[in-house]
Design a protein around this ligand. Sequence first.
Ligand code: PLP
Ligand code: ZN
Length: 414
Amino acid sequence: MDHVLGLKCVLCGAEYDVDEVLYVCPKHGDEGILDVVYDYDLIAHRLTRERLADDRNSSIWRYADLLPIADPNLAPPLQVGWTPLYRAEKLEKRLGLQYLWVKDDGREPTASFKDRASAVGVVKALELGRDVMTCASTGNAASSLAGLAASLGLTTYIFVPRTAPQAKVAQLLIFGANVIMVEGTYDQAFDLCLEASREYGWYSRNTAYNPYLSEGKKTAALEICEQLGWEAPDRIFVSVGDGCIIGGLWKGLKDLLALGFIDKMPKLMGVQAEGAAPLVRAWREGTEEIEPVVLNTLADSIAVGVPRDRIKALRAVRETGGEYLAVSDEEILDAMRVLARWAAVFAEPAGATGFAGLARLVREGRIDPEERIVVLVTGNGLKDVASAIKATGQPHLIEPTMEALRRLMGRIGV
Ligand SMILES: *Cc1c(COP(=O)(O)O)cnc(C)c1O
Ligand SMILES: [Zn+2]
């Protein structure tokens, strides 16, 4: 790993060797999230835009030179990353925009963005010679870890809050994870998991704790820019819970700027649910301190009261000139319908929340129609069909006769 210079604490700036610490800055306990520091001069000799153009590897491992791993041959066999970036022409027309792309990370192997982080997590476990991993999750990080671990034969112990949707729990169980359901919130499950990891020596996949996971998440930003021919978009809209995705995107964009692959920084637009919006409030108040909130949203994947990656998440938005905004559950359900009907992408509630933020700003007349905009869809709608049915209502139900069909057609005006 000669391309990795070390790990740097986001709170105090202290730097460590990669062999020196496992997870967080020793001076700050669980709060001292570390950021991986790269030797861009060295990387620039190994990785060029031309070399990438010739690389047939369509997964996150095409960017192995920019990832904190020693040996890409340890990569899991599942295809992670290089998800489609669709030009959404029907949606452009509806919204009055000229350039809109949807990146569908519901197409990852376990159907959420979390696979990007889990893939790096399992490789780190192998490098460290660990064969038991753990994480706490509202669902997707867990099902993702369970799937990636299964692909390499690793054992997992997974903590989920009781409110995790059934489909995600089903994924855990079918991938063979040891599932521990906690009678409490995600935040409580997270704290319990950290203690368990210390007590039993399990390798932790918790984002904003394990420093390598957001490196996996940054690959989405690398892909977006490469898929756009290295012309960075003006804005990227993404849903935010713990803040690891948005922090990871920022890291990826900084990497590309440092290497000269892109020449401007897109504005990062963080979208939270109104019923779980501590970062929106902190951003408005100009602070990095979080006031815990009472959670109330159907977007379970972003129902986070204390965002673990708050520092990176807030700086990502501040330093790119972006914005934090909150949308209601009604706006999220509407975004699910519109995305599916006009871009044919079926998102879970948190997966559609970034788009709900864009829709809000368009309604408020705050988007220039000529801006080049990317919306990230972070999770597949089949993860939470109850919410989809809530968004659409039930289908028509009739007797199996033409007479009944004609009556229905009359009623709905066909
Ligand atoms: C985890 C998750 C998010 C939020 O990511 P954070 O890193 O917690 O901000 C958004 N959408 C989906 C579907 C997720 O699973
Ligand atoms: Zn520190």
